[in-house]
Design a protein around this ligand. Structure first.
Ligand SMILES: Nc1ncnc2c1ncn2[C@@H]1O[C@H](COP(=O)(O)OP(=O)(O)OP(=O)(O)O)[C@@H](O)[C@H]1O
Ligand SMILES: [Mg+2]
Length: 305
């Protein structure tokens, strides 16, 4: 890829992948250098959005695989159709290509989501392919990776449930791009995308509330930007359902509860509920307590005239 087409591709992704110029550059560079890539970061940080946009922008085909405990080597590689084996035997025509064989043949990206959830034996198949550039399938033969084949994978570092520890052998064969939470300004742009006529400063508060869930001492897991996206959309629709504005307190709090209470995880040992904590945070951000006597006393002289 020429330098100018690479730069224009990277610039063209700014609208799709908001605020991730550096990460886009790193992924494009690693793929351009023919390397395998692992994106690692918390949920909702835009890993899938980025990988899809880059693959589409580069015009390379990609084969999508959802990583989970049921992704056996046979599901990843492919299998002989058992009914046809009975009549035709182990003929290559009877082999049903899995996503790995398809991607290797076509020279596409094999895009594995949640790679840390796949079973060890399936990871071992990927390790072999990354090292050798080919795969030996019993009774079928050798499958060589066409030029352009690369593995791109995404995973969450903090996701302990159902997660096998990704082996050092995988880490040693990929380039790793770490993706952190977006800053507040970028989260506002993501949550407000496509929304019209939002009151000034309102999105700042939505995002501030969502960000506070990530540091609240009673919460083990806070909400990702998906919570901000949903809270924005639900507030707008609820305001319309109730014929009120998004600034109405009842609308705002109800929308926050709907959008966020299921996304956060209360810390073990805390007696509070998610609803209770979201309500507290909503009050802090959206309804600052009215100034009391001390507030009045400290008001600048002349302010009441
Ligand atoms: N940089 C971004 N630009 C545009 N939209 C984004 C960005 N980051 C996140 N989003 C939006 O946030 C949501 C979650 O993003 P995405 O699915 O890419 O995250 P992820 O890192 O793959 O999450 P997970 O680890 O849960 O798979 C999507 O709706 C996406 O549109
Ligand atoms: Mg994802």
């Amino acid at each position: 890829m020429t330098q100018s087409s690479r730069s224009s591709l990277i610039a063209s992704l700014d609208d799709t992948v908001i605020g991730r110029r550096r990460e886009v550059e790193l992924v494009v560079a690693a793929l351009d250098a023919d390397r395998h890539v692992l994106l690692e970061g918390p949920p909702g940080t835009g890993k899938s959005t980025l990988l899809r946009a880059v693959a589409e922008g580069l015009g390379i085909g990609f084969v999508f695989v959802e990583g989970n405990a049921e992704l056996t080597p046979a599901r990843l590689v492919g299998h002989f159709d058992p009914a046809r084996v009975l009549t035709d035997g182990y003929d290559p025509d009877v082999f049903v290509d899995g996503p790995l064989v398809t991607a290797m043949r076509d020279g596409s990206l094999l895009y594995v989501e949640e790679i840390n959830r796949i079973p060890e034996e399936t990871l071992n198949v990927l390790i072999t392919v990354m090292s050798e550039g080919e795969l030996n399938v019993p009774r079928y033969g050798r499958v060589a990776a066409s030029s352009g084949f690369r593995l791109v994978a995404a995973m969450n570092p903090f996701d302990a449930v159902g997660t096998a520890r990704i082996s050092g052998a995988v880490y040693d064969r990929v380039c790793r791009v770490s993706v952190g939470y977006q800053n507040a300004e970028v989260e506002q742009r993501i949550a407000g995308r496509g929304m019209k006529n939002l009151p000034d400063g309102w999105l700042d508060k939505v995002v501030e509330l969502v960000r506070r869930t990530r540091t609240h001492s009673d919460l083990r897991v806070g909400s990702s930007v998906r919570g901000a996206i949903d809270m924005t959309a639900v507030t707008v629709s609820l305001a319309s359902v109730r014929s009120l504005t998004v600034l109405d307190a009842g609308v705002g709090l109800d929308a926050a509860l709907v959008a966020l209470s299921g996304r956060v995880r209360v810390r073990e040992g805390s007696v509070r509920t998610a609803e209770d904590i979201i309500t507290e945070l909503w009050n802090e951000v959206f309804a600052p307590a009215p100034q009391g006597e001390s507030g009045k006393a400290s008001a600048p002289v002349g302010a009441t005239h």
